[in-house]
Ligand binder design. Structure first.
Ligand SMILES: O=c1ccn([C@@H]2O[C@H](COP(=O)(O)OP(=O)(O)O[C@H]3O[C@H](CO)[C@@H](O)[C@H](O)[C@H]3O)[C@@H](O)[C@H]2O)c(=O)[nH]1
Ligand SMILES: [Mn+2]
Length: 736
């Protein structure tokens, strides 16, 4: 029936009440804390407990930054919602709009060809009319391996797609399907012998396909200089598969020149955006990272439940599915799943203007990426300044456009796509600025989403219980921190450039939405308070300088309340999203580890980029599982075989905390001022306890992931020497 809604939205009322109550209590306590600090600074200096101002200033600055990030974070908790969809109410297949799928790959050594092809196959097998589905593979490495892989995937798909359709297979990524332990995916057909026969046959085909990809060898040339290659897979093979309806499959490797910036993934997506315009020109686009396979074929229909909903569709830019990963361990020591973002914060934004783009797993409306071109009118010259000089592309902006390339089956005529995929095409145009995915930041996903919000576009977050997409998360410390450095650099950079959410953003969207976006750009600033809290109170403890109220002071209650309220709220959120006590501790731990390392490097990188000392870079993550590392991760053992720039700060900080704790206890026993120094003693104990795995990694573990003594001993010695020096300095300054 026409009148039944395609989707519904619920406000999570209980959570709203809990959140707002907590906001009220916590912010009141924060107000008291500020009052306490300010009183100290306005005291006449003779009556002050401590003569040294600098440590107080640093600790207060840290408290200000933490409170600032906390306030921004509350915007996510203001109005969390959830949604459900009714795909069975969608119009008939022939009325559904077409979809282009963009799959990006960049590096055939880090992104195994077979896995990329599994993603391609899972996308081709989406439950959607095949003639309305067009899959484009962007290969940023220009690798013959990938091209060969795509050709083979096309051949295998002629078997795979009918098999999936015939038996209504849920798991349409062949690798995942064949490696599923139980046959729970076989559905109603599990016992039919026809199915079992078919399964055996397709398994053989898959093995042959795997073999074909494995044995293909071509010397990889690591050149950054090659012309574009575009190949449309065609129905040339007439074998024993009869008349299979196949989606379009296109391989695109854009032109690359060393002299020409290629803008990483955003650049690749923009090329696909243009090339696809003159081929299939579908109104909706699904973007996938090469490792994000479709775990469930229904996502396209689910997305259409929003895009075709007349109540929201006119301003709706995209439907975002959560990033989920197939390689997450139970306790997830690195929080590789980004729990808070995908189970909490995106629901929160969904209740406002909608989540930002998460890079992969979103269905976006093509026109939303074209900026405000509609307002520029139809002046051809102006349009060319905007979109570049391809007449064919500009014709494609017209909704009724049908490409000669596809409709006439004239795949040989690929001149226009090559022109659109060339290095020079974008020169002098608005691509990467006002049109397409943004080049301003390496986190093109965040910034493109931000700009969409600024232009008034909204989004929705769709999170069915069965994950629609599954990718590979980084699961060793080094990769986690390198990836983090790239993200936090990219995010923080957007807080200090002209797209600052609190200035530019605030003038263009509702307050709460801009606060969420501001949280995303400013949370890398955690590095400052966490470095301060791991050093300043400890050094002061060593020298008997109090920074916090005495236990007998009423303000002690305020500080304890804030500490407990933050921890318990986090614990509650972990529990409510299906986590355990262990998961909670692990999140606290990795938060500390990340804050003192990759948050710091990310912020520094962004600052250096701003003054022009550093260039943007994008190291794709490793999607090849390393067995040893995977075992460590599965056993909840931190893999400290990481770069020294990450391990050294952690070691130094834990050394400071341990030494200052013992030094502090000794001093307190000698002087008898435990009342005054209690908070600082407690803080050191807390940090040591949370970071216990570092001590274990150094003293107890014997496996490959332990901390190497060769690195540790010099760091510890140097830290202790510095501390002794500092202690002497402190005594000196107290005497005089
Ligand atoms: O020059 C490049 C670099 C990367 N990629 C592709 O971009 C995708 C994401 O790269 P990945 O190495 O997996 O980085 P992640 O940090 O895991 O990616 C997350 O963060 C990115 C922003 O930093 C988003 O673009 C991604 O969608 C999001 O999953 C992969 O498919 C790559 O092949 C390119 O196409 N060209
Ligand atoms: Mn990835």
């Amino acid at each position: 029936m026409e009148t039944l809604p395609l989707n519904t939205i619920y406000v999570q009322n209980l959570l709203v009440i809990i959140n707002r109550l907590h906001m009220l209590l916590h912010s009141t306590a924060l107000a008291f804390l500020f009052y306490y600090r300010l009183c100290f600074f306005f005291q006449p200096s003779e009556t002050r407990e401590s003569h040294l101002l600098l440590p107080w200033l640093l600790v207060f600055a840290s408290e200000i930054i933490l409170s600032f990030i906390w306030i921004l974070d509350q915007a996510f908790r203001w109005r969390p919602v959830s949604r459900s969809v009714f795909p069975e109410r969608l119009p008939e297949d022939h009325k559904l709009p077409a979809i282009d799928v963009f799959i990006c790959t960049a590096d055939a050594t880090k992104e195994p060809t077979l896995d990329v092809m599994n993603t391609v196959l899972s996308a081709m097998a989406l439950d959607y009319p095949p003639q309305k589905l067009h899959v484009y593979v962007s290969d940023d490495g220009g690798s013959p391996l990938i091209l060969h892989g795509v050709r083979e995937a096309w051949k295998f798909a002629r078997w795979w797609l009918p098999f999936c359709r015939r038996h209504k297979i849920k798991n349409r990524c062949p690798k995942a399907y064949f490696s599923a332990l139980k046959d729970n995916d076989d559905g109603d057909f599990a016992r039919s012998s026809v199915y079992m026969e078919d399964k055996q046959k397709i398994k053989e085909k898959y093995e042959a396909f795997k073999e074909e990809i494995k044995t293909f060898r071509k010397d990889r040339t690591f050149s950054r200089d090659y012309p574009s290659v575009i190949e449309v897979m065609q129905e040339t093979i007439i074998d024993d598969v009869d008349d299979v309806k196949m989606p379009l499959l296109v391989y695109v490797s854009r032109e690359k020149k060393p002299s020409h910036p290629h803008h990483f993934k955003a650049g690749a997506l923009n090329v696909l955006l243009r090339v696809s315009s003159v081929m299939s020109n579908s109104p909706y686009i699904l973007v996938l990272d090469c490792d994000m396979f479709c775990n469930d074929p229904t996502s396209a229909r689910y997305a259409m439940c929003f895009h075709l909903d007349p109540k929201i569709s006119s301003s709706l830019a995209f439907v975002q599915f959560p990033q989920k990963f197939h390689n997450i361990s139970k306790n997830d020591i690195y929080d590789s799943q980004l729990r808070s973002i995908f189970t909490l914060q995106w629901q929160g934004m969904d209740g406002l203007m909608g989540p930002v783009i998460s890079g992969t797993g979103f269905y976006i409306k093509r026109v939303s990426l074209f900026g405000n071109f509609a307002r520029k009118g139809t002046d051809l010259l102006q349009l060319k300044e905007y979109f570049g000089s391809s007449n064919e592309f500009i014709r494609s902006l017209n909704q009724n456009y049908t490409s000669d390339l596809v409709s006439g089956q004239k795949y040989a005529l690929l001149e226009e796509p090559h022109f659109l995929a060339s290095c020079n095409y974008e020169i002098g145009t608005k691509w990467g600025q006002e049109v397409g995915f943004s080049y301003v930041s390496v986190v093109e996903d965040y910034l493109t989403g931000f700009i969409l919000n600024c232009n008034g576009w909204t989004s929705v977050f769709c999170e069915p219980s069965r994950p629609q997409f599954l990718g590979s998360a980084t699961t060793n410390l080094n990769d986690v921190l390198i990836q983090g450095t790239r993200w936090y650099s990219g995010l923080f950079e957007n807080g200090i450039n002209r797209f600052c959410p609190l200035t530019y953003g605030l003038s263009k969207m509702p307050l709460l939405q801009s606060l969420c976006l501001a949280w995303l750009t400013y949370f890398p600033l955690y590095c400052f308070p966490l470095w301060c809290f791991a050093t300043i109170p400890q050094l002061c403890l060593l020298n008997g300088i109090p920074l916090y109220p005495k236990v007998s002071d009423p303000f002690f209650i305020i500080f304890s309340f804030i500490f407990l309220s933050a921890l318990l709220k986090h614990l509650l959120e972990v529990f409510l999203t299906g986590g355990t006590l262990k998961k909670w501790i692990n999140e606290q731990r990795i938060w500390m580890m990340k804050s003192v390392t990759c948050h710091l490097y990310g912020c520094l990188d962004a600052l250096l980029k701003k003054v022009g000392i550093r260039e943007a870079s994008f190291l794709p993550t490793n999607k090849l599982g390393n067995d040893e590392q995977t075992v460590l991760y599965q056993m909840d053992k931190y893999d400290f075989q990481a770069s020294n720039i990450f391990v050294v700060p952690m070691l130094a900080l834990i050394t400071i905390n341990i030494s200052c704790f013992f030094g502090g206890v000794y001093r307190v026993l000698l002087v008898g001022d435990c009342d005054k120094m209690f908070v600082q003693l407690f803080l050191a104990v807390f940090i040591i306890t949370v970071n216990y795995p570092i001590i274990e990694g150094l003293m107890i573990r014997k496996d490959k992931g332990r901390i190497s003594k060769l690195v540790a001993i010099p760091v510890i010695l140097a830290t202790v020497v510095l501390l002794a020096f500092f202690k002497l300095l402190g005594m000196h300054s107290m005497l005089y």
